[in-house]
Design a protein around this ligand. Sequence first.
Ligand SMILES: NC(=O)c1ccc[n+]([C@@H]2O[C@H](COP(=O)([O-])OP(=O)(O)OC[C@H]3O[C@@H](n4cnc5c(N)ncnc54)[C@H](OP(=O)(O)O)[C@@H]3O)[C@@H](O)[C@H]2O)c1
Length: 164
Amino acid sequence: MLTFVWAEDENGVIGKEGELPWSLPNDMKFFKEVTLTGNVLMGRKTLESIPNPPLKNRINVVLTRNTEFEKKDIIILNTKDEVLELAKTMDKPLHIIGGADIFNMFVNDVDRLYRTLIHETFEGDVYMPSIDYSLFDLVETVEGHVDEKNIHAHTFQIFERKHA
Ligand SMILES: NC(=O)c1ccc[n+]([C@@H]2O[C@H](COP(=O)([O-])OP(=O)(O)OC[C@H]3O[C@@H](n4cnc5c(N)ncnc54)[C@H](OP(=O)(O)O)[C@@H]3O)[C@@H](O)[C@H]2O)c1
């Protein structure tokens, strides 16, 4: 099973200068809980944004066009087909964690969406690709808790792809 796990602002912004545009520890906690249920796939730039990769206790898979690229304890792949083949061999979900190029590549394949909506606008240079939400059912909505460490109002949503 393939999922997307991401956070976006009201305009669909997801990144700024190689990092997240906001600090929201509650969302980092949610991200960790979700992704620990499976393995993770990310683009090479998102890998660069992670302080001490790999993400622990998950198989980390990275997509790059660079066939020479290597990183300790990380599976490096160069094509979408290689990812789909690998995902078939996994007995757990493969959580796709960005960024924009990688979400775009799998938008017709993804089964479940974990979206954190941040109810503000931020400056940014990377946007979530458009998703046809009419193809999905919203199955869970939870309001995030705002406090002194989590100052941005936010909502956690889970969508499942509709089956014909
Ligand atoms: N808010 C969120 O939930 C969230 C989630 C993830 C990331 N982000 C943010 O988004 C930004 C990074 O995302 P991004 O969209 O710029 O980059 P990205 O998708 O993480 O990585 C892009 C790279 O993926 C590789 N790639 C792309 N298409 C490919 C293909 N068809 N085949 C093989 N490899 C391919 C290329 O690597 P090479 O250049 O090595 O060939 C490309 O440069 C950062 O600011 C990060 O903090 C936010």
